[in-house]
Write a protein that binds this ligand. Sequence first.
Ligand code: ADP
Ligand code: MG
Length: 679
Amino acid sequence: MAKHLAKTEKKKRPEKPVREIRIPEINLRKRASAPPETERKDPFQSAMLNKTLDRRFTPSDLFLTLLAVILLVAAYFLPTSGPVRLLSFMVPFLLAGWNYLYEAFQEAFMGIVLGRELIVTAAGLMALCAGAWFGAAAIMICLKIADLALSYVESQQNERVSALYALRPEKANLVSGDAVSAVSASGLPVGSEIEVQAGEIVPADGVVLEGTSVLDASALVGESFSFPVAAGSAAVSGCTNINAPLRIRLDKTQSDSVNSKLIRSAENSWMHKSAHERMLQRVLSYLTPALVILAILLAVVPSIATGQWQVYLVRAAILLSVSQMYSVVQSVKLSYDCAAACAAAAGVAVKGHDVLEALSRAETMVFDKTGTITEGEYRIKEVFPRGVTEGQLLFLAGAAELHSRHPIAQAIVAAGGAYASDVKAVDISEIPGRGVSAFIDGRCVYVGNAAMMAEHGIPCEAPSIPGTAIHVAVDSRYLGHIVLEDALRDSAFDVIEELRAEGVGTSVLLSGDVHSAARRIASSLNFDLVKAELTPEEKCSSVEYLMSNRNVNTTLAFVGDGVCDADALRLATVGIALGCFDKPEALEAADAAILNRELRTLPKLYRLSKRSSRAVLEDTVVCGAVKLLVTIFGAAGLCPLSLAVVIQTAAILFEAYNARSLLYSDERRSLFRVKERKI
Ligand code: ADP
Ligand code: MG
């Protein structure tokens, strides 16, 4: 087999000739099945809830915090002294910090020495003892403000996802015999028969048994999309039944259905931490105890040496406030959570923080052709029968293809009319990337590409017109070929250009189709590399080759439609499945699943990943710099306690703002675009 990749001339307008390049030894190792690069625990399988901030954002919390701020300012300006002044600072201190004090006692009781509340309370009490009453109250109030800001963003994140909950109805109409009863949808086992009335939402995935209607998937896939269903069609959970009642047999439980998976992608993406988060947690696990020890030393040693224990107690309190890093970790997590929620609201299931991080570094993007770059809806251009009529050729081919889900098969079946006949094909075998063979009336019928014919020693004609030629043979007799064509997606050119503008350095087209068809598309869309006539295994090997040859610190993303490319989706660093709302296997295999069929969602997702990774980096740099400066100046006595805590809180507010902007980044694109480029 010719092992060459063709390089298209980059950044030129369509219809430029493709320049051929030869890659020495592509190492297209055959493999039975492609193991994933790293085993991914499927967050969809977990029923764990997103455990985050303990304190929920409530208006009463906000009111109490505001009151504490006003009382603190009043206490500062009131001309009081002695115990009255202490009391006037104690009120805001306790108002903002009573629950931290309570939790600090609990942590102390349980022996959690480095507990956040214990450290902060210790800092507050040390400041009180040293006479820095204003600073002590400021510690508690600032901590409360930081917590409020983060829990507010978290509540916004939940709100963004909450619309999706409406797609998972609690009740379903269970059919048993002639009776229909309303039961809990979550408890319905596979095989249950349910009825979905017009206007109701399909509670779980299944197959339509009776009825004809239209299902509206707009709320699920994030854009206007509806499709007709009849007996035998797939009924996808989360779709609204528009016209008439449908009787459906469930083939998934509700928690295994598409709607639940989308919701869980937003709720549980945190279970797969990004490398950045893991690194941050590792560093902080050393930094926190180190700063606490430093604070203790600073409180004890110079106090004994100089006798100015009050001065050093305040400086130690500053170090303790710096050592409290919970908010940094929390805000980084929140940024990725917000990005995952934003994606889910647009019908994209992102399975982990690590997926967003890896996608943001994707420099090579590999595309499957049929169904991804093209519409995946073939049209018959011309039929070239040999020794039979056109109708006979289409009928025979259609009878063999009847059960295939390949778009080529669907076009041939529709034209051949075999579905309405009694002729039945048996012993059907579908060879991915080749075609199908089946026995009809005791004779073996082959329907597939030239490679398939060659493998069976059947000589076939070269097609005289451009397109995808599917040859038909019975036993070893050649019966002619059918030439089909598949339309390019309208958005394909813009999408590839947009991705290039956003940072994709190498775009690659992989196809099982013939060289001429693949190269024509690659050339017109300015792909960098193209490889055609690939079996699904060879697609995996090409992905593997490209992965081993990518630049350091960059990743490879594979974008496919889930038909014949599930292994490549698993193998790539980031596998992105397009249009997979009705393809459970693609949803399972992909790291990020775009439920709608709109290719334009891809650059949006890419941009979101870049924005979230940039936000996380900004958070870390800003917080790291603030904490470092406060440590140096605080320990040296050049930064007062209240200023130290206010600066740290400002950094957390910036992080909360950063995370929140991700939540609505799809809607405010023009404001938050990473890079604007006119195409
Ligand atoms: P792509 O990589 O472009 O998405 P596929 O891997 O799905 O394409 O298919 C590659 C080629 O295999 C098709 O162009 C066709 O020649 C052949 N093929 C695959 N499945 C079938 C089928 N069911 N009937 C006929 N030909 C098929
Ligand atoms: Mg395909």
